[in-house]
Design a protein around this ligand. Sequence first.
Ligand code: PMP
Ligand code: GLN
Length: 378
Amino acid sequence: MNRLFSALPTTVFETMSCLAREHDAINLGQGFPDDPGPEAVRRAAADAVVDGWNQYPPMMGLDAAREALAAFYAAEQGIALDWRAEVMVTSGATEALAAAMFSLIEPGDEVILFPPMYDAYLPLVKRAGGVPVFVPLEPPSWRFDADVLRKAFTPKTRVVLLNNPVNPSGTLIPREDLELLGALTADAGAIVVSDEVWEGTVYDDAPFTSVLHIDALRHSAVKIGSAGKLFSLTGWKVGWVCAAPALTAQLARAHQFLTFTTPPNLQAAVAFGLGEGRGSIAETRAMLQGRRDRFAGGLERLGFRVNPCAGTYFLTIDTRGEDDVAFCERLVRQGGVAAIPVSHFYAGHDPQRGTARLCFAKSPATLDAALDRLAAFV
Ligand code: PMP
Ligand code: GLN
């Protein structure tokens, strides 16, 4: 048995969802919407299952999906990609992250991480033999300090693993911070892996900067995306990587032995969604922005300090001086609402333990019911 993996607890999302079921709680813990998602995209998948090709698709992904991704990023983000050499479809962003860590890291290489971070990062880095170097971020700005970041780079730095927009903090990394990171990464001869799965949920017309917008990083960065997030179909597990040809080829070495391919019918539906069905992305974004505002307003009226949220499905609140794990335990058992303690995303590097994450990608009725329960709880 592998020691690292046998020591891992069950993920906090699974644990909280089980507790929510046990206590009949409203589940604002794990991030998933409670509606079925864009119908035209779901129908495209159904048609592709019934009428389409259901045998192995090409290892790098369906041509139609890769072409649609390149066209989508050209139109939406002004990023020019050669779909044949710079785009690969994976089984969710999770597989893309694994392929990146397993193909880029040599045992002993250092990987810079920014807690609070998505919970899959650290186990993947460690299993790839990477040595984590943490640059912890704190509310309310959740920005890194330039000097702390500079000191995190050493001659052993191989990868910088970012998330933008950030789960759980709901922040965007400003362009100037990415420029600094680009300069430091280029000096170190390292690679930036940027998990941009939440790029479709950026609110208030805020400018989103991808890692591929940064000149110093165009040939030394991997951009990761996910249809699960872009179309609010979180169970789909269709992801992708976009990177310069040599990097894409390197990640493909790992991908071919992780999953090899991704269901062709879902890829066909993603191609449709990125092209003809693209309107659903903006519609979902507008709907989510309204829900964020409704829920944030309600939380503030209850006296919670709500941190600004520029993207993702998540709001973070302060737990009024109580330890966040204790607060979330009490809330699910006594208050009937499941939330996630943000300290879980710090991997032991939490400087404050006083923040909880709540998912607002729910119907207005669900959000209002959760607010009623919170009002009775506080
Ligand atoms: N990265 C981040 C930051 C996420 O929040 C998630 C899903 N919640 C993933 C990766 C996983 O994406 P997928 O479901 O496409 O594997
Ligand atoms: N990404 C989702 C979240 O942050 C959950 C993913 C999972 O359950 N592993 O809530």
